[in-house]
Design a protein around this ligand. Structure first.
Ligand code: MLT
Length: 257
């Protein structure tokens, strides 16, 4: 269990094809917690050079990214943390848990899934790589935005759509293509689930169609003692679409550790 101290660390791993900037509504939300949000694998915040916050190079797979996160924690003197990820960030959290379970004081799995890609999903990834080549990050944003946001957000919060588009378009096609490779080559995490021994929070937006509630329920059934929270009126990017409800769920979980 992570130590009770003034400066406890929460690590948040971002989704595809965004950057650490998707966690801005979480950065100052939890009193007594230091929040670290690295840019993974060549993704970058708008107006920042790639890889500034140390999440690993593009062209590497999940395992290399996980090793890079462990090095980042070492460099900051963090032996154990609450480590969470949303979607692709969840895939990375599984890779890190597989190699370094002792790093985890607790685990947060948001809008993600444990299964690996099907052959059909891999074909979709390759088509998206072609789209990144032909149309760049803008075409990727056009393709992904309707899937990333829930229908309530698309209808009632157009500013969130504009923000997410800006985050996607800040990324280079090379980083997007490399992450697609990393995701399509990731391992099935289902065998890992019964071995997860730290407190675990699972969060899912009720309107998430990319990693729907059933995927979260499967993880909840397999991870002993896990807590499952559904975020109303949110799609896949539940932390950005409904930050109040997301932070409330995460804050209550952190208080109980
Ligand atoms: C993400 O949000 O990180 C991606 O949608 C995950 C995926 O495509 O599998």
């Amino acid at each position: 269990m992570i130590p009770r101290m003034a400066d406890r660390t929460l690590v948040l791993l971002h989704a595809f094809p965004l950057s650490s900037a998707m966690w801005d509504p979480q950065l100052d939300a939890f009193d007594g917690w230091r929040v670290m949000a690295p840019d993974i694998g060549g993704f970058r915040r708008p107006n920042e050079p790639a890889g500034k916050s140390g999440g690993g190079p593009p062209g590497a797979g999940m395992n290399e990214w996980a090793a890079e996160i462990a090095r980042l924690l070492d460099a900051r003197g963090v032996t154990q943390a609450v480590i969470g990820g949303l979607s692709m960030g969840g895939y990375l959290a599984f890779a890190l848990y597989r190699h370094a379970p002792g790093r985890f004081g607790a685990l947060v799995l948001a809008d993600t899934r444990a299964t690996a890609d099907s052959e059909e999903a891999k074909a979709g990834r390759r088509a998206m790589q072609d789209l990144a080549d032909s149309g760049g990050a803008r075409a990727i944003a056009d393709d992904m935005l309707p899937k990333l946001l829930g229908e309530t957000t698309r209808r009632d919060q157009p500013e969130i759509g504009a923000r997410v588009r800006a985050l996607i378009e800040a990324n280079r096609p090379a980083a997007i293509k490399a992450a697609l490779d990393a995701m399509m080559n990731r391992q099935d995490a289902r065998p890992l689930l019964p071995r997860i021994a730290c407190p675990t929070l699972i969060v899912v937006g009720e309107e998430d169609t990319l990693t729907p509630a059933a995927a979260s329920e499967e993880m909840h059934r397999a991870i002993r003692g896990s807590r499952l929270v559904t975020i109303p009126r949110a799609g896949h990017l539940s932390n950005l679409e409904q930050p109040g409800a997301f932070n409330g769920a995460l804050g209550r979980f952190l208080k109980d550790l």
